[in-house]
Design a protein around this ligand. Structure first.
Ligand SMILES: NC(=O)c1ccc[n+]([C@@H]2O[C@H](COP(=O)([O-])OP(=O)(O)OC[C@H]3O[C@@H](n4cnc5c(N)ncnc54)[C@H](O)[C@@H]3O)[C@@H](O)[C@H]2O)c1
Length: 332
């Protein structure tokens, strides 16, 4: 038994991990699935101390915890962000850290597109108006108008990476003029994408729909603020499926309330869950979804398969697919 590899999952969002248990049993790998979110560190250590590979979702992987995992050589985060993992500490303790950056790119792109269409066709507001009008025995939808055709409108994509480029590819057929802002793309990549790239201010001035797809960095935090909202057209909509803090929520609420822009659709919040006093609540022209961009049955299986692939790669002595601290690779 001593030489068998052991994988421990610290916490998971699936109903069960029977599929993983079955696949790993076939490969001769021991497996244990725990639910240790919010559990004290001593309990987490007790459950994962003898693991060769740890898979984590939300449990905080701190230096203190990582220093007590003598056998661990690979830590895999189930998901894209990894602010719950102390990566430099992984490196100090010789632990390869891998994540799954691309499992839901199609889904977030579809969500952003759904929100663009919902804004344009006023889908959410229409239902409210229908119910209110029917309650009065009327067929009166005057408060929904104006509705503008999408064909021929300008779509501005901020951050044309994995997800942004998929929004672009999927929306080409709808007759949009598409422009992008992404200072970090190579000239080759820009040419491949085949759209005009402009600076942020120009994009905001010219777009009828602005969709955000950059990572959250010091540069992108509050990239949408009172000044940049002031550049947008009064008929324009803002869609955010990236990260909440990229938008100054107070400034956006004020811009929508004052009809400086037509509205917004928001999937991500500076604080999740947002407090009941959040400035977006109660504003009809801001469509809200609860951080669901990633969600689909297909994405759920994609991430399970790619984590299994990482585990099997490690068992065969190969690195995981997306290693963050590459400097650990090749160490004895
Ligand atoms: N809503 C959800 O459920 C969900 C799920 C997955 C990812 N996300 C978020 O989606 C966003 C995009 O993810 P991705 O996988 O496409 O990332 P990516 O790294 O593939 O692409 C991001 C792009 O943004 C560009 N960029 C960086 N800084 C910029 C700046 N200041 N201005 C303009 N462009 C800039 C980069 O050059 C890159 O091309 C991230 O914020 C991610 O956290 C949300």
């Amino acid at each position: 038994m001593g030489n068998r590899l052991k994988v421990v999952v610290t916490d998971y969002i699936e109903d069960n991990l029977d599929w993983e248990a079955e696949q790993l049993a076939k490969a001769g790998i021991d497996f244990a699935a725990c639910q240790l979110k919010f559990k004290p560190e001593v309990e987490v250590i007790e459950k994962i101390a003898d693991a060769d590979i740890v898979v984590v979702n939300m449990v905080k992987m701190t230096e203190s915890l990582l220093s007590k995992l003598p056998r661990c050589r690979l830590l895999i985060r189930h998901g894209i962000g990894y602010d719950n993992v102390d990566v430099p500490a992984c490196t100090r303790h010789g632990i390869q850290f891998a994540y799954q950056p691309d499992y839901c790119k199609e889904d977030v792109a579809e969500h952003a597109i759904a929100l663009i269409f919902a804004c344009a066709r006023k889908v959410v507001r229409s239902r409210k108006t229908l119910e209110e009008s029917s309650a009065r025995g009327q067929w009166d939808f005057s408060d929904i108008f104006p509705i503008y055709r999408l064909d021929g409108k300008t779509l501005g994509i901020i951050g044309v990476g994995r997800i942004g480029s998929r929004v672009l590819r999927k929306l080409r057929a709808f007759g949009f003029r598409i422009i992008g802002d992404d200072p970090y793309l190579s000239d080759e990549r820009r040419a491949e994408l085949g759209i005009d790239f402009v600076d942020l201010d120009t994009l905001l001035r010219e777009s009828d729909f602005v969709t955000l797809h950059t990572p959250l960095t010091e540069e992108t935090r509050h990239i949408i603020n009172a000044r940049t909202l002031g550049l947008m057209k009064p008929t324009a909509y803002l869609v955010n499926t990236s990260r909440g803090p990229m938008v100054d929520a107070e400034a956006l609420a004020a811009a929508v309330r004052n009809k400086q822009i037509a509205g917004a659709a928001i999937d991500v919040f500076d604080q999740e869950p947002p407090p009941p006093s959040h400035p977006f609540f109660g504003l009809d022209n801001i469509i809200l979804t609860p951080h669901l961009g990633w969600a689909s049955e297909e994405a759920g299986w994609e991430i399970r398969q790619s984590i299994l692939d990482d585990i099997l790669a490690a068992a065969a002595g190969r690195p995981a697919r997306c290693v963050v601290n590459k400097e650990v690779l090749g160490r004895p």
